[in-house]
Design a protein around this ligand. Structure first.
Ligand SMILES: [Zn+2]
Length: 256
């Protein structure tokens, strides 16, 4: 860092922070952390007097120190910011909810984008995604990428009885990928989105067996990316299934 540059506090800091939070969709752009209350504002050019919003990126403290240590390069940071600005000027993620009427899932209260299976006969979750096309052109939803992480079970977590009801009817059916695998689906029936319009679609996530989603055995973190015009991808915040929190599996380190 140039030692001559003086740190100048950011004018209208709360407003700037709120905008930066919106830009990243309330998730650290380098990891899965969504504890935004503790996020820090990084000066991309490492000049703490340059408070132009183009030079600022909201990130988690862990990734902030990875940048300081050069584990994340300055170029990676610049690319991330450019990408966020490009995408946000075209398409904006609004929300993901669960289609409670058409599947046996409900929202977990006080947890973000977290859902819980309740009814054994209809355990394939059906998500409802909402976006806005901010551009002046029609966009096509052309691809969907999905990745799942199996979360450890056996930790204390919600436990629900599973009564019955069967449901149907969704737009896209996507198979739950195996742990850590990135699955990309090229949509045959592309979704056309007129400019300046909000839009919604549903995705049913299915698996070989519904038992996979039984809260006693299956907890997942699901990562969706939506591709538009076969050109750019929008990552949305992590979705949690049968868990109010993201848990990393414990790693064992052998003693030599
Ligand atoms: Zn991070």
């Amino acid at each position: 860092m140039d030692s001559k540059k003086k740190r100048i506090s950011i004018p209208q800091k709360n407003k700037v922070r709120a905008e930066l939070q919106k830009e990243i969709g309330s998730v650290c752009p380098f990891c899965t952390n969504s504890d935004v209350g503790h996020f820090q504002i990084h000066h991309i050019d490492e000049d703490p007097s340059n408070n132009d919003s183009i030079n600022l990126l909201l990130i988690c403290p862990n990734c902030h120190s990875r940048i300081t240590k050069k584990d994340i390069s300055k170029q990676e940071v610049i690319d991330k910011k450019t990408n966020l600005r490009n995408i946000n000027s075209q398409i904006q993620f609004i929300s993901v909810s669960i289609d409670e009427e058409n599947c046996g899932w409900r929202e977990i209260k006080d947890a973000k984008n977290a859902f819980m299976a309740e009814k054994l006969q209809s355990l394939f979750p059906v998500f409802i995604f909402s976006f806005i096309n901010n551009s002046s052109k029609t966009l096509l939803l052309t691809n969907i990428r999905v990745k799942a992480r199996n979360l450890p079970i056996g930790l204390s977590g919600p436990h629900t009885p599973l009564p019955s009801i069967l449901r149907s009817s969704i737009k896209y059916k996507i198979k739950l990928p195996s742990n850590g695998e990135l699955q990309e689906i090229k949509l045959k029936d592309e979704l056309e989105v007129p400019p300046k319009r909000a839009f919604k679609f549903k995705i049913e996530l299915f698996a070989e067996s519904m038992e996979i989603f039984n809260p006693q055995f299956g907890r997942f973190a699901i990562f969706f990316e939506f591709g538009f015009n076969n050109n750019f991808y929008l990552e949305i915040p992590m979705i949690l299934l049968n868990s109010p929190k993201y848990y990393e599996k414990l790693k064992y380190i052998g003693l030599a």
